[in-house]
Design a protein around this ligand. Structure first.
Ligand code: HPA
Length: 269
């Protein structure tokens, strides 16, 4: 990360009104931004927050929704959009700076595990980073006094907090799968050979997000819950051609279940 990274974080955090000091944040994935509708949260467009990047992908909004206790980001930043990795994780740092300590990451993902079916929600228990990069490459971010928010080499053995998965299971109307999310950069979907490799490695899901944000959250000492919506069987698992419109469509169908689950979890955090 660059030398002025924490200054950027502090500048952005200072622009978020002090009446909002959320403890929990939710990041909504592709096609899942309807979750925020009707909640009555206040809206802060990303464009009004200095340093906040702007998403470019269809199906993603660009608004931070805030209540006294919670923040919901509709619209995230992907590496494949051309955002540098430090911008991909900048919102996580900003949310941390305003007090967020629990992070719920949602995404649309392809199912590698043949026991899953399109529309299933899957709790992420671990990940495999096949993006070929890491948001912390470069100097460890530091404040003006030289102190750093986290360690140079930090544990990744427990990125996804087991208690939050238990809380999610306890609030679901049926048992949810728990799987390993594998991140590629995209934007092309994976090849069937890549998906066979992921299966052999122990991956259950594939996607193009979440992993950098989860790594950043772990660095900052946040508790993390990851929830994937399996919108399609991954390449080669079924004969269907992968299509972004279908990903969004299946995401929409799973949205009601995900919304109910997230609202129940938010009540208890
Ligand atoms: N691969 C990668 N990302 C995805 C997929 C997929 O099959 N489905 C939704 N996001």
């Amino acid at each position: 990360m660059k030398a002025d990274y924490m200054q950027r974080v502090q500048k952005a955090a200072a622009a978020i009104p002090a009446k909002f000091r959320p403890q929990t944040a939710v990041i909504l994935g592709s096609g899942l931004s309807g979750i925020v509708s009707g909640l009555g949260y206040e809206e802060l467009p990303y464009a009004s927050i200095p340093e906040f990047p702007q998403p470019t992908v269809h199906g993603h909004k660009s608004t931070l929704y805030l209540s006294e206790r919670n923040a919901i980001m509709a619209g995230r930043f992907h590496y494949y959009e051309g955002h540098p990795m430090d911008n991909v994780v900048l919102p996580i740092f900003i949310l941390h700076a305003i007090g967020v300590r629990n992070l719920i990451l949602t995404n649309a993902a392809g199912a590698v595990n043949r026991n899953y079916k399109p529309g299933d929600l899957v709790l992420i228990k671990d990940h495999i980073n096949l993006m070929g990069t890491n948001p912390f490459i470069g100097p460890n971010p530091s404040y003006a006094d030289g102190s750093t928010p986290g360690q140079r080499f930090f544990d990744a053995g427990s990125i996804y907090t087991p208690e939050l998965r238990k809380l999610a299971q306890a609030n679901s109307s049926h048992p949810l799968h728990e799987g390993v999310y594998t991140a590629f950069t995209g934007p092309s979907y994976e090849t069937p050979a890549e998906i066979r490799m992921v299966g052999a490695m122990g991956g259950d899901l594939v996607g193009m997000s979440t992993v950098p944000e989860a790594i950043a959250a772990r660095y900052l000492g946040m508790r993390v819950l990851g929830i994937s919506c399996a919108t399609n069987m991954a390449a080669g698992i079924s004969d269907e051609t992968l299509d972004h419109a279908e990903v969004l469509e299946v995401g929409k169908r799973a949205e009601a279940e995900l919304k109910q689950l997230i609202l129940k979890i938010l009540e208890q955090l």
